[in-house]
Design a protein around this ligand. Structure first.
Ligand SMILES: [Zn+2]
Length: 85
């Protein structure tokens, strides 16, 4: 069975659902498989977790859009650094 690999973009889009434990089992499996091979996304997930903790353990849905954008920008910067060398 050929499985479509999850991209970093897909993972970022699913991250709030993942943290809310709202992903279907198959999506969750692909999500975790991508995490296992992509250090950048693993770091991003940790940052999201920390952010949620700082914001007071509310649902991921309640993260202000600006915070999500900042994290996403930081994450992209991280990847670009890696790619340019
Ligand atoms: Zn990734």
């Amino acid at each position: 069975m050929i499985e479509h690999a999850m991209t970093c973009q897909e993972l970022v889009e699913l991250i709030t659902s993942y943290l809310d434990d709202a992903l279907p089992a198959d999506a969750r499996q692909r999500f975790e498989r991508h995490l296992a091979v992509c250090p950048g996304c693993a770091i991003y997930l940790e940052q999201m977790r920390m952010t949620l903790r700082l914001l007071g353990t509310l649902s991921a849905e309640t993260i202000p859009a600006t915070t999500q954008q900042e994290l996403l920008a930081a994450f992209r910067g991280l990847r670009h650094m890696g790619e340019s060398r």
